[in-house]
Write a protein that binds this ligand. Structure first.
Ligand code: TTP
Ligand code: MG
Length: 389
């Protein structure tokens, strides 16, 4: 069985999570300029007819009391990573397909978790209790039906199509519900008198191909209950990095160091989230004339500690490199090894007692930030002091 999961009103729900005063309210995520469109809207706002991709002026007309907030992509990506990590607790066969949806092959999960319904319920429960967000889940023997099913009872839905329901479901399935059938295909199919997927079976494949190209083949297969697309887990990352284009070009090392501190923090968090350590740390600089250099160092002991990454990046940022203005700075960790690999102890390092255990510090900070959402704990040196005026 294939499970498809899609978060409910994802960006809007994350905003309501981080700003509880917006819970239960009409909320629109999107720009505020005259040409802006709605990115997404809370289900409360959808009751007034607000939809993704609608011009903002139209959305405002339909729902004048809605709160409009700009998007925070970095935060949505962070939560998306947490959702995907949670899913991989159930099976390694997780294929993320967008920021808020994934397919899981739950074929092998039944011994551990029980029936497909039990697995779907457990996943929903887990996401809600750990991330305080709702999602909708569809489960079916075929991948395309799982996707359609997840949409049938949104929000907070769980829809299961059992093997013996597949044939009847296909017969009555409106053709526009099939992923990939856009307006054009729908028009062409209407000229053939096709309204449901079941009706596709009345046509020879060459006729379908003549009208729809390659997609005709695919529709013919789907109509027969064949969808061979496997769930393909994403290939593990080979490196993690963070970079920033500066508001103003600079030659000041101190200024670049502040960026490196933030970026090392970010890279460390990514490494820890993925359960890996980096053996190689790379500094990247792009100069005002756009030429770019990198400097790398290989550590004796692979790390996932933000502080170690920062210290190494600082060593790499030789003052000689700053003979011309810099427009972009970044840091990366590569040459990854699983975090559980036993580490060679550095026998000649400074006595352990005198060094802070940065691994522990990082883990505690990650846990607090995961629990409370967002960056509740940050390095003091990254906090901008309040202005006195
Ligand atoms: P969707 O899953 O399509 O929408 P959604 O999660 O907001 O709502 P639903 O409950 O119907 O699933 O998209 C996921 C996120 O992707 C969405 O929150 C915002 C973003 N998005 C865009 O940026 N542009 C778009 O046109 C759409 C549809 C979504
Ligand atoms: Mg969604």
């Amino acid at each position: 069985m294939i499970l498809h999961l899609d978060m409910d009103a994802f960006f809007a729900s994350v905003e309501q999570l981080d700003r509880p005063e917006l819970k239960g309210k009409c909320l629109i995520v999107g720009g505020n300029s005259p040409r802006a469109v709605v990115t997404t809207a809370s289900y409360e706002a959808r009751k007034f007819g607000v939809r993704s991709a609608m011009p903002m002026f139209e959305a405002r007309k339909r729902c004048p009391h809605a709160v409009i907030v700009p998007g925070r992509m970095a935060r949505y990506k962070e939560i998306s990573g947490q959702v995907m990590a949670l899913l991989s607790d159930f099976t390694p066969l997780v294929e993320p397909v967008s920021i808020d949806e994934a397919y899981l092959d739950i074929g092998g999960c039944d011994r551990l978790f029980g029936s497909p319904a039990a697995i779907g319920t457990a996943i929903k429960k887990n996401i809600f209790s750990r991330l305080h967000l709702t999602c909708s889940v569809g489960i079916a023997p075929l991948r395309f039906l799982a996707k359609i099913a997840s949409d049938l009872q949104k929000p907070n839905g769980l829809t299961i199509i059992t093997p013996d329901q597949v044939s009847a479901f296909i017969d009555q399935l409106p053709i526009q519900k099939i992923p990939g059938v856009g307006e054009k295909a729908q028009e062409k199919l209407a000229t053939l008198g096709v309204q449901t997927l079941g009706q596709i079976r009345h046509f020879p494949v060459p006729t379908l191909v003549r009208h729809l190209g390659k997609f005709g083949h695919r529709l013919a297969e789907l109509a027969q209950g064949i969808d061979a697309t496997p769930v393909t887990p994403s290939t593990p990352a080979k490196s993690f990095s963070a970079e920033a284009t500066l508001a103003q070009d600079t030659r000041l090392r101190q200024e670049l160091m502040v960026h490196l501190l933030r970026q090392a923090d970010d890279v460390g968090r990514q490494l820890r989230r993925h359960g890996v350590r980096a053996r190689t740390i790379t500094l990247k600089l792009k100069y005002a004339d756009f030429h770019q250099i990198t400097r790398s160092a290989t550590l004796k002991t692979p790390t996932q500690a933000s502080e170690t990454i920062y210290q190494q990046a600082a060593v790499l940022l030789d003052p000689d490199l700053l003979n011309q203005p810099v427009r972009l700075v970044g840091v990366g960790g590569s040459n990854l090894v699983p975090a559980e690999t036993p580490r060679q102890l550095d026998l000649f390092a400074a006595p352990q007692a005198k060094r802070a255990d940065w691994d522990k510090v990082d883990r505690a900070v990650d846990a607090i930030n995961l629990k409370f959402g967002g960056k509740k704990v940050e390095k003091a040196s990254l906090i901008v002091p309040p202005r006195k005026d």
